[in-house]
Ligand binder design. Structure first.
Ligand SMILES: O=C(O)c1ccccc1NCC(=O)[C@H](O)[C@H](O)COP(=O)(O)O
Length: 263
């Protein structure tokens, strides 16, 4: 059942926790690894640019992957991931700032901090190369504006992935000055995934924007579909993490990063 705001109860709970979460204390200053350079290097090497997500669990997954996140991260990079995403949300995704710190120290690819940042001080929780800002959750009472948060993140040295779900939200992201835009195939109101979402919204982004297709991508056919619709890169969590099982995340990543050379 959806709430008055049209959000699934799990998402309401995530946002309630995010509203209560403080910042990190000292203002961070990041020397960021370039996300677009990492994508270009992957392309030049014949790999599909993939951001592999270290996501121990989530409201929509059965089970939890309890392996050491640093080991998982290193194996994902071994499987060809151009960049990593690390959940830092503790209550619903099993993440932490400390995990991100450890992962970033262990790899040399860019690391995205995946969390629900609503206020400027929350940017200071941990250094990362990229932070996520979600259009749907900003510009509302009790949250900061997307434009202000984008500027605050860049002032600290972060690159910013602005996440949208519809063509209108892509336009909002671009109007705010985003140069890296993600289209999430997961509808955060219903938590349903529909791979028609990215193709429907991608055309709203101008050529100079780096476009990332997020969520629900599990097979080489899905990779081809997202790339055919204009994705410069893909963000993949569950299909690589294999929450119910214990398969090799390097192999899971490789199946997708090599999707354009294996066919
Ligand atoms: O993944 C969830 O269950 C989820 C639930 C509520 C809000 C956000 C959620 N996911 C955030 C994400 O964007 C994904 O972790 C990411 O795009 C990877 O998706 P997937 O490959 O489908 O695991």
């Amino acid at each position: 059942m959806e709430s008055d705001a049209g959000l699934a109860p799990e998402v309401e709970s995530i946002l309630a926790a995010a509203r209560d979460r403080g910042g990190g204390g000292e203002r961070v200053a990041v020397d960021a690894r370039s996300l677009t350079d990492a994508f270009e290097a992957a392309e030049a090497d014949g790999r599909v640019p993939i951001i592999a997500e270290v996501k121990p669990t989530s409201p929509t997954t059965d089970g939890e992957r309890t392996d050491d996140p640093v080991e998982l991260a290193e194996r994902m990079v071994g499987g060809g991931a151009a960049a990593l995403s690390v959940l830092t949300e503790p209550e619903h995704f099993g993440g932490s700032a400390e995990t991100l710190e450890r992962v970033r120290a262990a790899v040399d690819v860019p690391v995205l901090r995946k969390d629900f940042v609503l206020h400027e001080e929350q940017l200071d929780a941990v250094e990362a190369d990229v932070v996520l800002l979600i259009v749907r959750f900003l510009d509302e009472a009790g949250t900061d504006d997307l434009d202000d948060l984008l500027a605050a993140a860049r002032d600290r040295g972060f690159q910013v992935l602005v996440e949208a779900h519809t063509a209108e939200e892509v336009e909002r992201a671009v109007a705010a000055g985003a140069d890296v835009v993600g289209v999430n195939n997961r509808d955060l109101a219903k938590l349903e995934v529909d791979l028609d979402t990215f193709p429907a919204a991608a055309d709203a982004a101008p050529e100079n924007v780096t476009l990332i297709a997020e969520s629900g991508i599990g097979t080489p056919d899905d990779v081809a579909r997202m790339r055919g619709a204009g994705a410069d890169a893909l963000l993949v969590g569950s299909a690589i993490m294999d929450h119910g099982g214990d398969s090799d995340v390097a192999e899971n990543a490789r199946r997708l990063t090599q999707a354009e050379t294996d066919t």
